[in-house]
Design a binder for this molecule. Structure first.
Ligand code: PLP
Length: 424
């Protein structure tokens, strides 16, 4: 859909001056790289801490696992949402305690469970897995406290559920817990639900949290025991589009505080956990690349950039989906696709001449397009273009082996304004 990004080509969205300076300096050394702004990450982290008193936050490692980012976030008191044994080990090696690493993923294997026992809280994803963890715990002479992931009878907006590959249906787990089927070495002490990401409306998240509190009460009724934790997953969205309004975290924090008061009798002392990846890191990141070539073909101007599809995949997918779908308000398919105007292309150019161009990559596929027919200053070979919102699901989600190009560097602008290897 030509023109869909037309309004956003030149918006220098919230780019701090030290960031711009670092991008410029590093672009002299690297053909393409990610730059993460640590100060921005810290600002988002402090915002959550301030707005949600008595809530525990876990960082979802899969959003961005660069070591420097993990070290910083965990040192500031966040726990870890781990999606694999490797992620469990990353958090463990950074001294996050077992009760503050939760390992939730479908299809865990025996080695995953053995590896995680003792260093993380495992969230069982199926009835089969509950039995498997119980068996392994027995073999290792352990008593294990786990959580269980539930597929509830509701969504963010509806009061009925959907079939899901994640977790155990609410009715199934309640029946299982009521029957007190013989588990010898395992105790279910918490629940985990994660239904979707990228919600910007505090009211919708608030009503979801209320449903979660009610679900926790049902689970407690079924077991007769008080839950130790309720992990309500993620959903905290960020304004990718320049037209989007940020999530009102203060209002949402007040909603949770009210729920805690209302459900005090049932749930006092129960840890309430929220997970987030993108809210901390998404807006902190820029993907920076160079103009390699330019050409005009049959009346259309192409700017050829270094490593786009294979450096930062998400803008390419947005372009692909927008091209085939006529609907302006396409539903997101996270983490691959959020919407059709989620990335701003910021040229570091002082040209006053403007032109309409398509931004494409240097791969041998015609699908390597990140923007079609957008207005930009006239770019010349060697110029630098930065793409916004590259901090989450950027490097981790891009097919960097494709075409055997040199992958982009990952750099961090540290709080003291030095630039360091983000992954060291
Ligand atoms: C991916 C994931 C998250 C993080 O989602 P964001 O949108 O990045 O905040 C949280 N919880 C679970 C279970 C996830 O799989």
């Amino acid at each position: 859909m030509p023109g869909c990004q037309q309004n956003h080509g030149l918006v220098k969205k919230n780019m701090r001056l030290p960031v711009k300076k670092a991008i410029w300096e590093q672009s002299q050394k690297y053909d393409c790289f990610y730059l993460y702004d640590e100060q921005r990450i810290n600002a988002h982290l402090e915002q959550l801490k301030a707005d949600f008193e008595s809530i525990e936050f876990f960082y979802s490692i899969k959003a961005n696992r660069a070591k420097g980012i993990l070290r910083n976030i965990f040192s500031r008191g966040f726990g870890a949402d781990a999606a694999s044994l490797n992620e469990v080990n990353m958090a463990n090696s950074l001294n996050v305690s077992a009760s503050r690493i939760q390992y939730s993923a479908p299809g865990k294997q025996v080695a995953d469970i053995r590896g995680a026992l003792g260093i993380a809280t495992i969230i069982a994803d199926s009835i089969e897995e509950i039995r498997l963890i119980d068996k392994i715990a027995g073999e290792e002479n352990r008593h294990v406290e786990t959580g269980v992931r539930i597929n509830p009878n509701f969504t963010f907006t509806d009061s009925t559920g959907n079939p899901s590959k994640f977790g155990i249906d609410e009715d199934q787990i309640l029946a299982f817990l009521r029957n007190r089927e013989s588990l010898h070495n395992l105790e279910i002490v918490g629940i985990h639900v994660h239904l979707r990401s990228q919600e910007l409306q505090a009211d919708i998240l608030g009503s979801y949290y209320e449903k979660m509190y009610r679900l926790a009460c049902s689970v407690q009724e079924a077991t007769g025991d008080k839950l130790k934790f309720i992990n309500m997953g993620s959903g905290l969205g960020i304004p990718y589009s320049t037209r989007a309004l940020p999530l009102d975290t203060r209002k949402l924090g007040r909603t949770i505080a009210e729920l805690a008061t209302r459900f005090y009798r049932e749930l006092n002392g129960t840890r309430i956990i929220l997970e987030t990846g993108r809210f901390l890191v998404g807006e902190s990141g820029y993907y920076v690349t160079h103009v390699l070539d330019r050409k005009e073909s049959m009346g259309k101007k192409f700017i050829i950039l270094k490593n786009t599809l294979n450096g930062f995949l998400r803008p390419c997918i947005a372009q692909l989906i927008t091209r085939y779908a006529s609907n302006e308000n396409l539903a997101g398919s996270e983490p691959l696709f959020t919407g059709n105007d989620c990335f701003q292309f910021i040229p570091l150019s002082d040209s006053t001449e403007r032109e309409t161009v398509s931004l494409v990559g240097n791969l041998c596929t015609a699908m390597d397009i990140v923007a079609e027919d957008i207005e930009m200053p006239r770019l010349k070979i060697g110029d630098v273009v930065a793409i916004t919102n590259a901090g989450s699901y950027g490097a981790v989600l891009s097919p960097m082996q494709f075409s055997s190009q040199q992958p982009p560097a990952q750099l961090m602008l540290a709080s003291d304004n030095t630039v360091v290897d983000a992954d060291a």
